[in-house]
Design a binder for this molecule. Structure first.
Ligand code: GLP
Length: 267
């Protein structure tokens, strides 16, 4: 696992955007796995800037989002579909047919089949080249809450109380939605699904993430901290800002190795 520490959120976002931009330039028909939440907002802003200023081309890009609340209307302001449209899709030249997000309105009896189809679509596109992830304060990735198996696939899940509370504070409250009306279910790619990505980029920012970041990078691999499974994936980069990295025991080592790597690149 490669750990990169950037001085602040802005630098973290720029760094992640550079990686995506390189991926798109090297492989214009890349398949990207996308995440929502407050963490990737800066990354998407940066990508939109690259589209405007450098004409970064998304015409052949295919995307699959990690997750969606279950039971929210697609056009509801809190849906991840709406988030993606507002923060990214409406600003870039992606073919809307190539932008996939789980449908949070699918009838209950059709969900299993629908999730299988979502996975098949990823396979038909030859798998995800680069997967973006954030992390919940309980260690969830996508909506794979503690207890999720390493082999879990795309499925309907019940959200943890802490996740509902945090996401309500961040995304529902401002629109005057009562906590009881915030969605407590979601459709999410599984950890097994995420693991099939060629490369994974996890971003974390801010003091509130410091404890869980130290846990998932330096603690034992356990389903109680789903992100810790990433220790087992061969190609993971974790990009942190100073605050999120502040509780890492090997903080100095990571800083040192970043410097050494730079020296090597300069040679
Ligand atoms: C949500 C999303 C995750 C995201 C997490 C952290 O629960 N399903 O994909 O990583 O929140 O969000 P934030 O970036 O807002 O801290």
């Amino acid at each position: 696992m490669e750990v990169i520490i950037k001085p602040n959120y802005e630098e973290l976002s720029k760094y992640a955007a550079e990686i995506i931009s390189r991926q798109i330039q090297e492989k214009p028909n890349s398949v990207l796995g996308l995440a929502t939440g407050s963490t990737p907002e800066g990354l998407y802003k940066e990508i939109v800037r690259m589209r405007k200023e450098k004409a970064l081309d998304f015409s052949k890009i295919v995307t699959f989002n990690l997750d969606e609340y279950y039971g929210l209307a697609i056009d509801s302001k809190q849906s991840y579909a709406c988030f993606m449209h507002e923060n990214l899709f409406k600003h870039i030249n992606i073919n809307q047919e190539n932008a996939h997000i789980p449908d949070g309105k699918i009838p209950l009896q059709e969900i299993e089949n629908y999730c299988r189809q979502y996975e098949n679509k990823i396979k038909e596109n030859r798998g995800i080249d680069l997967q973006i992830l954030g992390i919940g304060i309980d260690g969830h990735i996508g909506f794979n809450e503690p207890g999720s198996s390493l082999y879990s696939r795309t499925r309907l899940v019940v959200l943890d109380k802490t996740t509902i509370d945090t996401n309500w504070e961040k995304f529902f409250k401002k629109d005057g939605i009562a906590k009881e009306n915030a969605s407590s279910f979601a459709i999410t790619m599984g950890i097994g699904t995420i693991f099939e990505a060629g490369r994974i980029l996890l971003m974390a920012s801010g003091k509130s993430k410091a404890d869980i970041v130290a846990k998932f990078i330096e603690g034992p691999v356990t389903s109680q901290v789903p992100a810790s499974f990433l220790q087992l994936h061969p190609n993971v980069s974790v990009i942190l800002d100073e605050d999120a990295a502040s509780k890492l025991q090997r903080y100095e080592h990571y800083k040192y190795s970043m410097g050494e790597r730079k020296k090597l690149e300069r040679k």
